[in-house]
Design a protein around this ligand. Structure first.
Ligand SMILES: Cc1ncc(COP(=O)(O)O)c(C=O)c1O
Length: 400
């Protein structure tokens, strides 16, 4: 790992740079030996299943009949009027369980089923991935254990309750900041000790093959959005907006448009209190490249190049790392990443609720806030915002 060079200035976006779990210099599989063979096996099964028409059909069946896909692409007329621009919302909030996370959990649980897994383990921040995993495990009749930081369990209490109703065991940890990165550490330790479990990772982060697997199952968002906007507007959008925690809903939307250079890609990170280390979770704005939790990507670090504690009011964005593909998109300039504060997200949360009758997840509200800021008084611009989830999970908190 010491050999990694920051090649930032030389990178140009190219799909050719995606090879064996690397996105340019980012990605890879930096894990203890016991996990290596396990992950290599998973990578092999994944490659095989992607080419297996029956598997693809099975995934499509559950996407349609269980999740309720395709999700609508909705023209937000009152929001557009308010901003003086043209804005569509990709309604992932309308999926079964209320967020994009279910696309990935249904896909991965079908992989797990084909691999003969009996126990599913997962980490969760906002609880949406935990709920989606508990749901998919119930659907397949598998045992499920979800690891969660204690702070997240408290701020997303409703989702903890949902996971328990669905029959999952929720294991909370008080380690570190008791948030997502700590939950991932505990889940990885459990995985090392119980390598027969299937680790159903919830974002496009971690060691190879997870960033590629999660991207694959989330790509449906962008594929649908592309077709829908062409049908309604007869042209591609000028801009895409999404929030980035680990980066799965964002890459899910962007993937279908990456090779259309005229489509701008703008991401909102959990900025917390602003561009201040320890008070933010804005990894790509404030961080540096580092091997963290099994992959080489950006991370929020101290002077000793160690990962540091983060802060964002959005549990799903409160994470010091980010998916390696986003690191590559940032360095090549194909994607642009911004720090969106709690305050800005809250204002967008309230506005969208009142203007459109849609209560967004606090995570998704970051993307709305960024779009509102960048698209103000640009009536010629056509944008799609990924509405990654609904706000039901945040109802226990004082948001108005
Ligand atoms: C509704 C919602 N949006 C976004 C995220 C962030 O995750 P990702 O960056 O993987 O899409 C989460 C994570 O829990 C979430 O629940």
């Amino acid at each position: 790992m010491e050999n990694k060079v920051n090649t930032k200035d030389k990178l140009v976006y190219s799909k050719q740079e995606y090879k064996n779990g690397f996105f340019g210099p980012y990605g890879g599989m930096y894990v203890p030996e016991v996990l290596q063979s396990k992950l290599e096996h998973l990578a092999g099964v994944f490659e095989e299943k992607k080419k297996d028409a029956r598997f693809v059909e099975e995934v499509q069946y559950y996407f349609k009949h269980y999740i309720g896909r395709p999700s609508p692409l909705y023209y937000a007329e009152r929001l557009s009027k308010e901003v003086n621009s043209r804005i569509y919302l990709k309604r992932e909030d309308l999926n079964h369980t209320g967020a994009h996370k279910i696309n990935n959990t249904v896909g991965q649980i079908l992989l797990a089923k084909h691999m003969g897994a009996r126990e599913i383990i997962a980490e969760t921040g906002a609880g949406q991935h935990g709920v989606a995993t508990a749901t998919a495990a119930a659907l397949m009749g598998m045992r499920c254990k979800v690891f969660m930081g204690k702070k997240d369990a408290e701020r997303q209490e409703i989702n903890v309750y949902r996971m328990k109703i669905l029959g999952a065991e929720v294991v909370t940890t008080e380690r570190g900041t008791a948030t997502l990165k700590d939950a991932i550490n505990v889940a990885l330790e459990y995985y090392v000790q119980n390598p027969d479990a299937f680790y159903l990772l919830g974002s496009a982060v971690g060691p190879h093959p997870y960033p590629s697997i999660v991207r694959y199952f989330q790509e449906v968002i962008g594929q649908e959005a592309r077709q829908q906007i062409l049908e309604t507007e007869n042209r591609l959008p000028d801009n895409l907006f999404a929030c980035v925690g680990g980066g799965s809903n964002a890459i899910g939307l962007y993937a279908a448009f990456l090779d259309d250079p005229q489509v701008n890609i703008y991401s909102a990170e959990g900025g917390g209190e602003g561009e201040l280390l320890y008070k933010t979770a804005s990894t790509l704005v404030m961080g540096s490249p580092l091997v963290f939790q099994g992959t080489y990507s950006y991370c929020l670090v101290n002077d000793q190049q160690e990962s540091i504690d983060t802060y964002s009011m959005a549990a799903g964005l409160d994470y010091p790392g980010v998916g390696p593909e986003h690191a590559y998109l940032k360095d090549t300039g194909r994607g642009h990443y911004f720090c969106v504060t709690d305050q800005q997200a809250l204002e967008a949360f309230r506005l969208l609720s009142k203007l459109e009758g849609i209560i967004p997840a606090i995570e998704s509200s970051h993307a709305i806030a960024l779009a509102m800021k960048m698209m103000r008084d640009r009536p010629d611009q056509l944008s799609i915002i990924n509405l990654s989830g609904r706000g039901d999970k945040d109802m226990g908190r004082k948001l108005v």
